[in-house]
Unconditional design. Structure first.
Lengths: 408, 149
């Protein structure tokens, strides 16, 4: 199937909306993506025709619900190249997935004197859970610094990644800078010192082909709502032996084998980590999103977005904007943070909104990045498969307008 | 709503030429706070003599709304009693909640910020300085510059 962005756009009903007479120009997909009809229908169809709790009912409807939920898990496993559906734990998204690992693996296997290596470009959700785990275990957090271009500065890798390092937790793509760290190189280096590697795939998975086997990561987290799926959908890939060895995270129904007054035994992964009634409809919607992306082809998604990222960066630079992050599109994705003529991001976003252009203004849950680059916030335009050059032109026109409003 | 109703000339004037934006070495109280939404941080410093705000300054970086609000606030409260300043803060919040119809006599330039009410997410920007003022006036952070984050 030839890539046809106009055909893709027709699958997203929300793109028909207008604001102040202007069509919606949605450039905030890094915060959450829009959803195609097939995802909306998959979720609604579950509620209309198949709704029952999964893993419980003996009746046919319950079996259908279980089959659809487990089918969604299998779709996600195949989308990520995971060796088996049982290596995919269903969660509400990346934040829950990282907390699950920090709790279930971190509190069990980290000890005083151990180190967890993070990077300065991590989202708060890949920092704060490790702070909790470090406090509980006496482990220490260390950070890989950034270069002025927003790349990882690996010049001190040898002294930061050592035999004390028990875990490297690194983003697959920075939500604030767009940077694509050299994952495979980092993962190999971490494994060479015996460290486990978690990749925060919240931004990577929606925009790149990811194969956990080829990457050789030990954990990969992802958020459904950023990859065209419903909110509160997502998951965790974990290497089977690690999931086996970890402690459960939340306790409750369905994750147990037997409960006694003073103790319990637990199911095998992934159910060991799935307490209570799960996000059944959302995971089914997420599987439809994965199918939608697979039908386009993740390489096509990346090609389209890379081309559009280059167009965005060129346009911004031509207008005198300062890009916060790499300018080389081969080393980055479509999350483009910038400053424009000292106009505060909140003011820029308000002016852009007047013409239906939705961008994010803020610190993007990446305050370490903001401090590193000496800014309180940035304006961020983030691209997805349904964006066009026309969207970028609307952004650039809006910037001209802001310049007039603020007379800068 | 047209942008020029939000970004009125007087707002842009205070943004570009903020009044009383400086340190206040002889402050009797000061306070800082940030807006977690955008990372903006504002410090308000006050000199209070015999229950009258004789000097009010602010520092920090932020958007046109938060900066102009802070600038106008320092002008508005200078020369007022502590109670009158707190009353104005309450009225300003009322205006931001759409509950108080501002009159120029009380509000002066601050009337210009009325347009912010139509942009709910920006109300936090407009009230940030007033939050800090209230803390500084009510004494918890007196003179020590307590960081309220």
């Amino acid at each position: 199937m030839a890539f046809d962005v106009e055909a893709i756009r027709r699958d997203f009903p929300i793109l028909e909306r207008t604001f102040n007479g202007h069509p919606l120009v949605y450039l905030d997909s890094a915060a959450t993506s829009q959803k195609p009809v097939s995802v909306l229908e998959a979720e609604a169809d579950f509620y209309r025709r198949h709704n029952a709790n999964a893993h419980r009912g003996v009746y046919t409807l319950g079996e259908e619900a279980t089959e659809l939920f487990e089918g969604a898990r299998a779709t996600l496993a195949s989308f990520l190249g995971a060796p088996s559906p049982s290596t995919i734990v269903c969660t509400r998204g990346t934040t829950e997935s990282i907390n699950l690992v920090a709790h279930g693996w971190g509190r069990k296997f980290l000890h005083a004197g151990d180190e967890v290596l993070l990077t300065e470009m991590e989202h708060h959700s890949n920092i704060v859970p490790w702070q909790f785990a470090a406090t509980a275990t006496g482990a220490t957090l260390r950070y890989l610094p950034l270069t002025d271009d927003g790349l990882l500065d690996l010049s001190d890798l040898g002294s930061l990644l050592t035999e004390r390092t028990k875990l490297l937790a690194v983003t697959g793509m920075s939500n604030a800078l767009g940077t694509l760290p050299p994952l495979r190189e980092l993962i190999d280096a971490a494994h060479a010192v015996g460290a486990v590697v978690l990749v925060d795939g919240a931004q990577l998975v929606p925009h790149h082909a990811v194969h956990v086997g080829d990457l050789d990561c030990d954990f990969l987290t992802f958020s459904g709502h950023k990859m065209l799926g419903p909110t509160a959908s997502g998951g965790l890939y974990g290497r089977a032996e690690l999931l086996d060895a970890m402690d459960p995270f939340l306790g409750g129904g369905e994750m147990i084998m037997e409960v006694f007054a003073d103790r319990s035994t637990f199911k095998e992964p992934p159910l060991k980590f799935e307490a209570g009634t799960m996000n059944i409809a959302q995971q089914i919607g997420l599987a439809a999103a994965a199918d939608y992306l697979s039908a386009i082809g993740m390489d096509e998604v990346r090609r389209h977005e890379e081309e559009l990222t280059a167009y965005t960066i060129d346009g911004l630079l031509e207008m005198g904007a300062r890009i916060i992050g790499p300018k080389d599109v081969s080393a980055r994705g479509g999350e483009v943070s910038f400053w424009y003529h000292d106009i505060h991001p909140h003011d820029l976003a308000t002016v852009l909104n007047e013409d239906g252009v939705a961008v994010r203004a803020g610190h993007h849950c990446a305050q370490l990045v903001m401090r590193r680059f000496g800014v309180p916030a940035t304006t961020r335009a983030s691209l997805a498969v349904y964006n066009t050059r026309g969207d970028v032109d609307a952004l650039l026109d809006g910037l001209e307008k802001a310049r007039a409003v603020f007379a800068v | 709503m047209a942008l020029d109703e939000l970004y009125k000339e007087v707002i842009l004037d205070h943004y570009k030429s903020p009044r009383n934006k400086r340190e206040l070495p002889n402050a009797s109280s000061s306070c800082s706070r940030n807006n977690p939404l955008c990372g903006d941080e504002i410090t308000v410093a006050l000199r209070v003599d015999d229950d009258v705000v004789t000097e009010a300054t602010f520092q920090g970086a932020g958007c046109s709304i938060s900066q102009s609000s802070a600038s106008m606030m320092t002008e508005a409260i200078t020369g007022s009693t502590v109670q009158a300043s707190l009353d104005l803060a309450a009225s300003f919040r009322g205006m931001m909640a759409g509950e108080v119809e501002p009159d120029e006599a009380t509000f002066g330039d601050l009337v210009a910020l009325k347009g912010v009410v139509k942009y709910p997410i920006r109300i936090k920007c407009a009230v940030l300085a007033w939050d800090v003022l209230q803390e500084a006036l009510q004494g918890d952070g007196a003179a020590t510059g307590a960081q309220a984050h």
